[in-house]
Design a protein around this ligand. Structure first.
Ligand SMILES: CC(C)(COP(=O)(O)OP(=O)(O)OC[C@H]1O[C@@H](n2cnc3c(N)ncnc32)[C@H](O)[C@@H]1OP(=O)(O)O)[C@@H](O)C(=O)NCCC(=O)NCCS
Length: 186
């Protein structure tokens, strides 16, 4: 699998993480909402960005992790990230996060859709997501991106040093997509 350098729907552009994203990415890592729902360092440092950019580069080479930076078309500022990680049986697990400037605009749903459509084009047969039961914005995004809720996995994720329950979501290539959107042009 060779992820293209960019993916776009004309509104958002997904591109690779770059060295000059360091300051904005460290700020996103330290964002309160991001820190609430993801295992980010309490005080992100340069070494955290170094690890991230290394993981993104190595993941692309091995195919185990496809990591895209989310930007707005015409801007190039890193607003967030979408990541697909290869799991057992060639399932891919999708994750996402955005800083305050990237939230509340529909950009992350667009980014997740782009990544999912590309993975399906590449022949992936099952995409998964795991959300914390308390993370309502993430669940709304999963629904907007067409994921179906499968059930609760008990104590299956680690958050801030504790095992927590997770809602499991999946999207298959033939699933109806984006069914929950209001029809346009009516
Ligand atoms: C999960 C997360 C990425 C969702 O971000 P988001 O901004 O809510 O998602 P989108 O970019 O798709 O934006 C959709 C929101 O923008 C609103 N919006 C405003 N203008 C819009 C427009 N023109 N088009 C579409 N949506 C618009 C939508 O109503 C929606 O808000 P709602 O869910 O309250 O109704 C964000 O909350 C986040 O980064 N959280 C911290 C990290 C995290 O929890 N990651 C997931 C771990 S499982």
């Amino acid at each position: 699998m060779r992820p293209p350098a960019t993916l776009t729907d004309g509104v958002v552009v997904l591109r690779e993480l770059r060295e000059d994203d360091r300051a904005v990415v460290l700020s996103t890592m330290g964002d309160e909402l991001v820190h609430t729902w993801l295992n980010m360092p309490a005080e992100p440092r340069d070494a955290d960005f170094d690890s991230l950019i290394r993981a993104a580069r190595e993941g692309r080479v091995s195919g185990d992790r496809i990591d895209y930076t989310v930007t707005e078309a015409g801007s190039d500022v890193a607003l967030g990230a979408v990541i697909a990680s290869r799991r057992a049986r060639d399932n891919y697990e999708v994750a996402y996060l955005a800083g305050a400037a990237g939230r509340g605009r529909g950009y992350m749903t667009r980014a997740v859709r782009l990544l999912c459509e590309w993975l399906f084009q590449e022949g992936v047969g099952r995409l998964e997501l795991r959300t914390h039961p308390g993370n309502e914005p993430s669940q709304r995004l999963a629904e907007r991106a067409g994921f179906q809720r499968e059930g609760l996995e008990r104590k299956s994720i680690w958050l801030h040093g504790q095992r927590q329950d997770a809602i499991v979501w999946s999207l298959l290539p033939d699933d109806p997509r984006y069914a929950r959107e209001a029809p346009k042009g009516v």
